[in-house]
Design a protein. Structure first.
Length: 151
C-alpha cells in the first residue's frame, strides 16, 4: 500500500501518535519565550576531522522476481505477426514493473489476472492466467495472440 502526502499526515505515519506528541512537546519546549532576554545557545559543531554521521537505516526493498513472456500477436487488417516481449516484475504482494519490448511502460493497472497498459498509441491487455495478448491501435488496428514463458 502506498501512502501519498506531505506535512503532518506523513509525519504522523512516520512517527506514530506517541512520537508526534513527543516531537510537538519538544518543539514547544525548545522555543525561547519572547520575554526571555537570553539568546539560545548554539549547538557545538563537530570537529573538522570527525567522520561523517551515520545515515539512518532505510527499509530494504523486498526482492523482486521477473517473468518473461514472449507473445506472438497477429495484427489485423495487415495480417502480420509480430513477436512481442513482456517482462513482468513482481514481489510477494503485487506487480512492480512492466516492460514491453524493452521499454518500461509509464503506467499500468492490474485487474485480477489481466495487466492493462499502453505503449505509444497501442492499448495492451495481457492475461497472465490464459497467457494471451490483446491490443488495439485506437480502433485502426487490433491484435490477438498467445504468449509463452521465455527463458
Amino acid at each position: 500500500m502506498r501512502f501519498a502526502g506531505t506535512g503532518l499526515v506523513s509525519v504522523c505515519f512516520a512517527l506514530g501518535a506517541a512520537g508526534l506528541a513527543g516531537a510537538a512537546g519538544a518543539a514547544t519546549a525548545a522555543k525561547p519565550s519572547a520575554r526571555s532576554a537570553e539568546a539560545p545557545a548554539a549547538a557545538p559543531s563537530p570537529p573538522a576531522d570527525a567522520p561523517p554521521a551515520p545515515r539512518p537505516a532505510t527499509a530494504e526493498k523486498p526482492p523482486t522476481d521477473r517473468v518473461l513472456l514472449v507473445c506472438e500477436a497477429a495484427y489485423l487488417p495487415a495480417r502480420s505477426v509480430w513477436k512481442r516481449t513482456v517482462e513482468i516484475g513482481y514481489d510477494q504482494k503485487r506487480v512492480r514493473s512492466v516492460v514491453v519490448d524493452g521499454v518500461p511502460v509509464y503506467s499500468f493497472s492490474v485487474s485480477g489476472t489481466v495487466i492493462l497498459t499502453s505503449l505509444d498509441n497501442e492499448r495492451i491487455q495481457i492475461d497472465t492466467a490464459t497467457q494471451t495478448w490483446t491490443s488495439d491501435f485506437r480502433g485502426l488496428a487490433t491484435s490477438q495472440g498467445h504468449c509463452e514463458r521465455g527463458a
